[in-house]
Ligand binder design. Structure first.
Ligand SMILES: Cc1cc2nc3c(=O)[nH]c(=O)nc-3n(C[C@H](O)[C@H](O)[C@H](O)COP(=O)(O)OP(=O)(O)OC[C@H]3O[C@@H](n4cnc5c(N)ncnc54)[C@H](O)[C@@H]3O)c2cc1C
Length: 431
C-alpha cells in the first residue's frame, strides 16, 4: 500500500495535521493521499486524561472515532502500532493486531510513503527509580481507565473500613499532578454527596515534587496560587522531596515515607525507547531531533509534538533549549507542517521557519477554577488570570482542538450535548 503522506500518531498534533491535509488534498484527489495511523481506534485529547482517571470525564463519550473523522476530513485511517520505520526505503510496518484470546485479527502490514510524519507523543520519565513501574501512569486512555477502576474500588474499601480514610500519592508537581489532585477532590466530593453518613470517608492526597516548588516551569505567582488552592482543599504538597523508591503501599522519599493506597507517577517526559531504532537522530529523551522546519535527520521525514526535539532559541534562553512538550506546541506545529507539506508537494520549501509562540500556561484546579498567565501581545507583559476566567481560557484550548478537527458548528453541538449530558447524568462516572 502506498500513500503520498503518512502520519503516524493521531494525538493533539497528528490528528489536526491529518484533518488539515485531508481537507486540503484528499477531497479532490482521493483517499490515497493522506493516511493516519494510530494504535488506538479512537481519539482522546491527552490533556483530559486526568479527568478520565478521576471519573469526571467519560472516555466513551469523549472519544472520537478516527474512521469517522477520516470520512469527514477526507483522510484514510489505519489501526496499528508502529513496529519498524525505514526512512531511507520510506517504508514502515505495523504490528499484527491480536484479539482478546491472543488470536490474530490483522497481520503485520507494510506501508510505503513519499512523505512521512512522526507524531507519536511521549510518556513519563521514571528516572530509574526502583519500583516506579508499580505506579499508575497517565500516558494512554487505558492507563486513565485502569486508574479509575482502582480508584472506585479503593473508594468502596475506604467507605466500609474502620479507619474511613483513603490515600493517594502523586509523584510530580507539574500540571498533570496538580490537575489530577484537584480533579480527585471533585470526584470525592461528588461521591460523598451520594453516601450516607456512616459510609463517608476522608481522602488524603499528597503531591510529591523534587523541585523547590510545584509547577516549576511556570511563573512563580502561578505556582504559589496553585499551592495555596491545593492546600485549602486539603492536599499535602511536599516540595524538595525526592522519591527514592516506590513500594506497593508507600512512597519512600528523601523527607520520609508517605503511605498510599494508590500511587500515580506524573513526573518527567520521555519518548518511547523504540524511537532510537528508526534510523533517525534522537536525543537522550528518545525524541527525534528536528530543525526549525520540523525536518528530522532524514529527507522527507518530519516529526512534531512531544516526540520531537525542536529548537526554541530566544534572547537569554539557555543553549539548546527546546520547545516544551505541550498541546499548544503540537497544535501550532500541525498548522505549520500542513503548509510546509503542501509546499513540499509543489516542489517548494516554505520561506519561514517554525517559531514557537508561547501564549501562556493555564492549570485547571477543578470545577470552575483555574490559574494561569496569558502572554501579552508583541512580547508585552503576562496577564495573570485565575478563577472562572482561567478555567474558561483552559476549556477554550480543548474547544480549539475540536474545532480544528470537527469544524465550529459540530464543536458547538458537541459541547452543548456534553453539558446537557452532565446535567442529566451527573458529572462523575461512578461505574
Ligand atoms: C494528564 C495530562 C494533562 C496535560 N495537560 C496539558 C495542558 O493543560 N496543556 C498543554 O499544553 N499540555 C498538556 N499536556 C501535554 C499534552 O497532552 C501533550 O503535549 C500533547 O498531547 C502532545 O501532542 P502529540 O500529538 O505530540 O502527542 P499525543 O497527543 O500524546 O498523541 C500521540 C498519538 O500517537 C499514538 N501513538 C503513540 N505511539 C504509537 C505507535 N507506536 N504506533 C501508533 N500510534 C502511536 C497515540 O495513541 C496518540 O494518539 C498534558 C498531558 C497529560 C498527560
Amino acid at each position: 500500500m502506498h500513500y503520498d503522506i503518512v502520519i503516524v500518531g493521531g494525538g493533539a498534533g497528528g490528528l489536526e495535521l491529518a484533518a488539515r491535509l485531508g481537507r486540503k488534498l484528499g477531497r479532490r484527489a482521493g483517499k490515497e493521499r493522506v493516511l493516519l495511523i494510530d494504535r488506538s481506534s479512537f481519539h482522546i485529547w491527552k490533556p483530559t486524561l486526568h479527568e478520565i482517571a478521576a471519573g469526571t470525564l467519560d472516555a466513551h463519550q469523549e472519544g472520537l472515532s478516527y474512521s469517522i473523522l477520516g470520512r469527514s476530513n477526507h483522510f484514510s485511517f489505519m489501526l496499528g502500532e508502529l513496529d519498524t520505520f525505514d526512512p531511507i526505503a520510506k517504508r514502515l510496518t505495523l504490528k499484527p493486531i491480536l484479539g482478546e484470546n491472543g488470536r490474530e485479527l490483522a497481520p503485520e502490514r507494510g506501508v510505503t510513503f513519499t512523505w512521512g510524519v512522526l507524531a507519536i507523543g511521549s510518556g513519563s520519565n521514571l528516572f530509574g527509580t526502583p519500583g516506579a513501574e508499580q505506579a499508575h501512569l497517565l500516558e494512554r486512555t487505558e492507563d486513565a481507565e485502569a486508574f479509575h477502576t482502582r480508584l472506585l474500588a479503593a473508594f468502596m474499601k475506604a467507605s466500609f473500613s474502620p479507619e474511613k480514610i483513603m490515600s493517594v500519592a502523586i509523584v510530580g508537581g507539574g500540571a498533570t499532578g496538580v490537575e489530577l489532585s484537584a480533579e480527585l477532590i471533585e470526584a470525592h466530593r461528588e461521591l460523598l454527596g451520594s453516601l450516607g453518613g456512616e459510609q463517608r470517608f476522608r481522602l488524603d492526597i499528597a503531591v510529591v515534587e523534587a523541585a523547590p516548588r510545584i509547577l516549576g516551569g511556570l511563573p512563580e505567582k502561578i505556582s504559589s496560587q496553585a499551592t495555596v488552592a491545593l492546600e485549602r482543599k486539603g492536599v499535602r504538597v511536599h516540595v524538595g522531596a525526592k522519591v527514592l523508591a516506590v513500594h506497593a503501599d508507600r512512597l519512600e522519599t528523601s523527607q520520609g515515607d508517605i503511605p498510599a493506597d494508590l500511587i500515580v507517577w506524573a513526573a518527567g517526559v520521555k519518548a518511547a525507547p523504540g524511537n532510537v531504532g528508526y534510523g533517525l537522530e534522537t536525543n537522550r529523551n528518545n525524541q527525534f531531533v528536528v530543525n526549525d522546519r520540523l525536518e528530522t535527520s532524514a529527507p522527507d521525514v518530519w516529526a512534531l509534538g512531544d516526540c520531537a526535539a525542536c529548537p526554541w532559541p530566544g534572547e537569554g534562553a539557555p543553549e539548546g533549549r527546546i520547545v516544551p512538550a505541550r498541546a499548544q506546541a503540537a497544535h501550532q506545529q500541525a498548522s505549520y507542517l500542513a503548509k510546509a507539506l503542501v509546499a513540499r508537494m509543489g516542489q517548494r520549501r516554505l520561506d519561514a521557519p517554525y517559531v514557537y509562540k508561547d501564549f501562556g500556561s493555564l492549570v485547571s484546579l477543578g470545577e470552575n477554577k483555574g490559574v494561569g498567565a496569558l502572554m501579552g501581545g508583541l512580547g508585552g507583559p503576562n496577564f495573570f488570570v485565575e478563577g472562572l476566567v482561567a478555567k474558561w481560557a483552559y476549556i477554550s484550548l480543548h474547544l480549539d482542538h475540536h474545532r480544528a478537527i470537527l469544524g465550529a458548528p459540530k464543536t458547538i453541538v458537541l459541547a452543548l450535548a456534553r453539558l446537557l449530558q452532565q446535567r442529566v447524568a451527573g458529572r462523575m462516572k461512578l461505574h
